[in-house]
Design a binder for this molecule. Structure first.
Ligand code: DUC
Ligand code: ZN
Ligand code: ZN
Length: 438
């Protein structure tokens, strides 16, 4: 009789392992929550046949807003539903946000947000938001970092925006605490002026949303925060890059040798600003900020992702229902901003980078790099993002031949609509393993 006691709990057999640097046939063995071996002819107490499938590290989505109150509404996917949808899409860790009330300490706010996040079904992290009232609390950053908050979110737009002086202070203290700054970079003064001018002229439809948030000024704000970060010697990660103007600023900074990274999101890679001209609420649904841009910007983002000018893809998943979006139909600036993408990111990026022909090995590795490996590094998941013994057993099986049409019913997101409705894809995740749990 075979003695099973020494065998791994689980072996994924006969798959093709794809990492950010290599592609090879191998079995992956898991015991408890960790990967214990990668090799050939491995046997386990439980086995999954991955013949014909890609075996990749669990994807990491470093920018989500789950059950987050924004303005009058709260984003529809709470931690349970949002992370469940993420898991169905091959994502095994997300990073959400903490906001500290004026009378609260960062530790108190962190504990409160962790309680909200308790029903997550995958691992998660939290960015510590530094708003204007938190500048007086920057000495708490080291403690927040020790409590597991490895990154700080800085806004250059909305009510939580910082002045350039406060940006400098926050960037400097984040660097001192060893925390990674992540930034929403737009020029708020220009945006509010353009919104007011457009509304005063009766230009109230979603068509005017991208025309109130110019790409050039997203690039300008990005360049400004990069320069401030460089002055104080801080790294900086630029959130949701939507346009070529911002890519250029990031590429220039990289060429200067600065520790600057940038992300984009599936909505900017897949959709263009023409969707804002759809009639009725259909034109309001894709309102997000920065806005969707013309096709030339979308194409520049794909090139930047392939070339390395952009480093990774997150979702900025922040869904609102159609009824909530419709409340802003008479005034585009009141439409709650954000779209759902948490479940389809991995497959959408696969479709764009790898496509449907004979797969290019470099493109396959780049896909894993931008969805899994680089996000783990930038967002501080030390034992995720790679398939190595000792790493968390966050593993995804992806079937490159599986046909999948995105519809609200084919997803587990709860907004009731998806910006990718009707999009046919070839390639979809079939199995997600989160710290050993299938
Ligand atoms: N833009 C943001 O900056 N955050 C949430 C959603 C959005 O569209
Ligand atoms: Zn943002
Ligand atoms: Zn966001």
């Amino acid at each position: 009789m075979t003695d099973l006691t020494d065998q791994p709990d689980l072996v994924i057999r006969h798959g093709t392992v794809i990492t950010a640097t290599a592609i090879f046939p191998a079995d992956v063995a898991v015991t408890g929550e960790q990967i214990v071996a990668i090799g050939h002819d491995l046997r386990g107490r439980r086995e999954i046949d991955a013949t014909g499938q890609y075996v990749i590290p669990g994807a990491i989505d470093g920018h989500v807003h789950l059950g987050m109150p924004i303005g009058r509404f709260t984003s529809t996917d709470d931690f349970f539903h949002g992370t469940r949808a993420a898991a169905f899409g091959g994502t095994t860790a997300v990073v959400d946000f903490v906001e500290t009330g004026p009378e609260e300490t960062m530790r108190e706010a962190l504990a409160a947000r962790q309680a909200v996040a308790a029903d997550t079904v995958i691992d998660y992290g939290l960015h510590m938001t530094i708003g204007p009232t938190d500048i007086a609390k920057l000495d708490q950053l080291a403690e927040a970092r020790a409590a597991g908050c490895g990154s700080v979110k800085l806004y250059m737009a909305y009510g939580l925006r910082l002045t350039d002086g406060d940006l400098l202070l926050a960037l400097q203290r984040a660097a001192d605490a060893g925390a990674q700054p992540v930034v929403h970079a737009e020029n708020w003064d220009v945006i509010t002026t353009l919104i007011a001018r457009n509304l005063a002229a009766g230009r109230t439809t979603p068509h005017w949303h991208p025309r109130s948030r110019p790409a050039e000024l997203e690039g300008e704000a990005t360049g400004r925060v990069i320069d401030i970060a460089a002055y104080v010697g801080a790294p900086v990660h630029i959130f949701h890059v939507s346009c070529a103007a911002t890519v250029e600023r990031i590429a220039t900074a990289k060429a200067r040798g600065l520790p600057v990274t940038g992300e984009t999101c599936p909505q900017y890679l897949t959709l263009t600003d023409e969707v804002y001209d759809r009639p009725g609420v259909a034109g309001a649904l894709p309102v997000c900020s920065p806005p969707l841009r013309p096709a030339a910007d979308r194409d520049a983002l794909w090139r930047a992702l392939s070339s390395g000018a952009l480093d990774l893809v997150t979702t900025d998943h922040c869904p609102f229902t159609a009824a909530e979006k419709a409340t802003g139909l008479g005034n585009f600036s009141q439409i709650p901003g954000g779209v759902p993408s948490i479940e389809s990111r991995l497959a959408l990026v696969y479709a764009g980078l790898v496509g449907d022909g004979a797969p290019d090995p470099a493109a396959l590795s780049r896909w894993v790099d931008v969805c899994c490996t680089t996000p783990a590094r930038v967002f501080g998941f030390g034992r995720k993002g790679q398939l190595l013994p000792g790493y968390d057993a966050d593993i995804v099986l992806f079937d490159p031949t599986r046909n999948f049409t995105i519809t609200p019913d084919s997803l587990h997101e709860t907004a009731g609509w998806t910006p990718y409705d009707g999009l046919p894809l070839r390639g979809w995740p079939t199995t997600t393993i989160s710290r050993g749990e299938v």
